[in-house]
Ligand binder design. Structure first.
Ligand code: 0GY
Length: 304
């Protein structure tokens, strides 16, 4: 099937630079996606955008280029609850990828078992209104209760202004909860202001909550430029991510978010995204936790 990309869609960066920062051995890219290809894995009728294709081969080529060892492929909303492109990526990774699925309340026990066998270890609940239609909380809680016995976790995606309203639901979830992109703070606000303090409290008071310190390119207002030739990208996002890494060193994970859906202003050089890491995790010990130990505990616990 032929798909027309959403007008203005930015394609992923074709020739990313080699990062200056050498990722530790065993680094996990804990947040990335595959899109289609649409001809093989059609985009969902209920999708809110139509992306460019971004295949598993292209994802794994980026993995090797950047010096990453493993991926966690997160089901993107453009595929709805049809997880086949993501599952295909897992099954063709030589065991080097695990996944996060989207499922509906009518998912069968057998389908959950199949997803588990393919390497899925969680489900994603999305509360970003431009990306998904509303699903009643009671349905989501039902799903959470069904996946909990599999040892899976729940990934939540929301914007910072919505955290107060979602608080009671999030804090009632029966599993480990992993937050996408630091709960999408508005980085024009102070890192110690009420909005980000609420997110800090969310993590401080709930030891089952983890955060992805991802998406500086999505959260940044200042943008990517490296000043004076330095590779110090997305400076305005650094204080937020660094605060999380330093306060919760054992509950943070990192990822590229390739192929970066829905960016409007620029498409990041993924090499530069790797060079963001030493600015937010400043010691070898914190880098190893962020990039290797923590994601391995979540996604490959049997290898501990
Ligand atoms: C991300 C961010 C976005 C999109 C999705 O599944 C998705 O469509 O996650 C976004 O538009 O902010 O994590 O990839």
């Amino acid at each position: 099937m032929e798909f027309q990309k959403t007008p203005g869609w930015l394609d992923w960066y074709a020739n990313p630079s080699k990062p200056h920062f050498k990722l530790p051995a065993g680094t996990v890219d804990a947040h990335c996606h595959v899109f289609g290809p649409g001809a093989q894995y059609p985009y969902a009728p209920e999708r809110k955008y139509t992306p460019c294709d971004a295949s598993r081969e292209q994802l794994y080529a980026l993995r090797d280029h950047l010096g990453i060892a493993r991926n966690v492929v997160v089901q993107a909303t453009c595929h709805g609850a049809d997880n086949s492109a993501m599952v295909d990526a897992l099954l063709n990774s030589n065991g080097r990828a695990r996944g996060i699925a989207t499922v509906r309340r009518d998912v069968t026990a057998a389908a959950l078992q199949d997803l588990h066998a393919a390497g899925v270890r969680g489900v994603r609940f999305n509360f970003v209104k431009r990306l998904v239609d509303f699903t009643p909380r009671v349905e989501l809680m039902e799903i959470a209760n069904r996946i909990a016995p599999l040892g899976w976790h729940v990934v939540i995606y929301f914007e910072a202004v919505d955290l107060p309203e979602l608080w009671d639901f999030f804090t009632a979830l029966p599993t480990t909860v992993v937050v996408d992109h630091m709960g999408r703070p508005d980085v024009r606000k102070p890192v110690d202001g009420p909005e980000f303090e609420l997110f800090m409290k969310f993590m401080r008071d709930h030891s089952n909550v983890w955060s992805k310190v991802t998406c500086p390119e999505r959260l940044s207002v200042a943008g990517p430029p490296a000043l004076n030739g330095e590779r110090a990208p997305y400076r305005d996002v650094v204080p937020f991510a660094r605060r999380l890494v330093e306060t919760f060193p054992d509950r943070v994970i990192w990822g590229t978010d390739w192929p970066h859906p829905n960016l409007k202003d620029h498409m990041p050089d993924d090499g530069l995204l790797v060079d963001f890491v030493p600015h937010i995790a400043q010691t070898a010990e914190s880098q190893k936790k962020l990039l290797v130990t923590n994601p391995m505990r979540l996604y490959w616990p049997e290898e501990k």
